[in-house]
Each structure stands twice: as structure tokens, then as C-alpha cells.
Design a protein around this ligand. Sequence first.
Ligand code: SAM
Ligand code: SF4
Length: 295
Amino acid sequence: MASYFDRIVKPCFNELLNIIPGKKGPKPYFKLIRSFMRKDPVVLSDAVIVLTTKCSLKCINCNNLMPCYRKPYDIPLKEVLWDIKRLISASDLIVKLTLIGGEPFLYPHLGKVLDAVLDNPKILYISLTTNGTILPSEELLQKLSHPKVVVQISDYGVKTQKVEKLHALLVEHGIASVPDKVVSWVKPGGTEYRGKGRKQLCKEYQECFSSKYCRTLLKGKFYLCARGAHLSDLGYMKSSHDEFNIRSKRTRTQFRKEFLRYLLSDYADACNYCDHGLKITVKPGEQVTAGSPME
Ligand SMILES: C[S@@+](CC[C@H](N)C(=O)[O-])C[C@H]1O[C@@H](n2cnc3c(N)ncnc32)[C@H](O)[C@@H]1O
Ligand code: SF4
């Protein structure tokens, strides 16, 4: 098992330090420290919530495999709300709740999800990662102007992106927004099984960003990384080790005990379907074109 300090305490403080300046005073730090003073605290640095697998771009090297979905879909609102509620009730604190897709601004119930999480005292920040192709409605902009919200705009230099326009619109509404000029991606490779042994899997997972900041909730299951969530959802991988079913019946005490153990997993089966360990970089946001095998 990984150490509690490396897997939970350190990433939580790092996550807070990385929230853009002006969004934080000392209060969140006090809250975090207080949470760690509880008995066996369940504190999450980042919980990534998948709302939809629909996307307005088709990036060849999308880590989360969006172009592999032949029939992209929205997660029903009722399920999203129930799962988030369960996750919050079992946790002491979530430093950052990230709403993601696909493209989160394509999700028709985004406003309702925000209504459910914005004022929850157990969540310090709510982040949305968008590809900047869609300008949100006035109604949504009003909700996003909550002081807890941060919008990260991935700038891939794709023609259909409106990064500057979106950034200006968000700033105009007082919404904290970070245009992120993404300069390189890591090549995740195909979805086939690689046959790596446990030692290698441990090494790769510990070194991967995902083990600290990318644990992902999709359709009632928590996964050790975002790619793993979609590898399972698309049927490329079956791993009971990598998933934690938050809808299973358990007492709160049982849930917390099992969840904590799960969060300290020292490897992920998903690394057997990924090349991140090779650290090969690629141009971000390159699009699937007509005639390519992914089309
Ligand atoms: C999968 S995207 C989903 C949100 C949104 N559609 C977007 O593109 O920002 C979430 C994050 O994953 C990152 N990402 C996707 N593929 C990646 C890769 N191969 N290597 C590194 N980061 C990647 C994106 O840059 C973005 O910050
Ligand atoms: S990385 Fe590209 S394909 Fe993947 S979710 Fe973001 S915009 Fe869509």
C-alpha cells in the first residue's frame, strides 16, 4: 500500500497551492488541517466527475478515449447527483471537485449539478475543464460566478476553439478562468493489453499524475485514473482492483474503511493499457480526420 502522506496529504496541499492566486486566503488551509485531525480522515485532493462522453472535438491522443465512443452519451442527472451525494457524505473533505466530459459544457444539466455542489461546505473548489469550443449561456455564467469555481480552458490551437472569447466572457462575469496553452501531451497509445508485471505497474502508477489527481467517478464507480474509467466503460479492460463501486450497500464506517484502502492502492491495472510510463510526447489536440482508423 502507498503511504497516506504521499497519496493523500501531500496532493491535497499541492492542489490547494495550485488553485489560482486570488481564489484563496488562509481559510481553506485551516479547513484542510482540521479535516486531517479527524480519526482516519477520508480527504480527496481531486475527485473527477464524468458528466458526459460527448465531445465537440475528436483528439487522436485523448487520454480519456472520447473518440472511441461510437455512441457518446450523457450520464443521467439523477445518477450524477446521487453519486456525488454519496461521495460527499462518505468523505470529510474534497479539495477540488472537477466536472469533466468529454466536454462539460455539452452536458444539458450542468446548471443543476452546480446547484447541488456549490454551497456544500465539504467541497473547497469546483473546477471545470473545457476545450473552449462552447460559450456557456448567461444563466450558466451566473452560476459559474460563484467564488468557489475555477474554469480551466485547454488551448490546443484547434480552429474551432474560442479560447480568447470564452476567457473574456468568463472574466467579464467575474469567473476565475485559466487559459491553459497546452504545449505537449503524453502519448497514451492503444487500448490493447501490454502484459506488464506487478513491479512495473507499481512503478508506473506511483510516477503517474493520475495516482494523486485524477481519480474519477463514472456511473457509480470510482476509478484509479480517468483513462481506466473509460477503458472499463468501453469494455477494453475488466478490473475489479481498479474500481470502487460507491453504489454498493455498506455502512458509512465500512465505506470509509474500504475506500481509504482503495485510495492507497499501489498499482492500477489501467497502466497495462497505457504507455504513459514511456513518456513519449505528442502534439496536443490533433484531430481525427476523414479516413483515419478512429473515424
Ligand atoms: C480529457 S480532457 C476533458 C476536458 C475537455 N474536453 C478538455 O479537452 O479540456 C481533460 C484533460 O485531460 C488532458 N489530456 C487529454 N489527453 C491527454 C494526454 N494524452 N496527455 C496529457 N493530458 C491529456 C487535457 O489537456 C485536459 O486538461
Ligand atoms: S482531450 Fe479532446 S477529445 Fe478528449 S475530451 Fe478533451 S477535447 Fe474531447
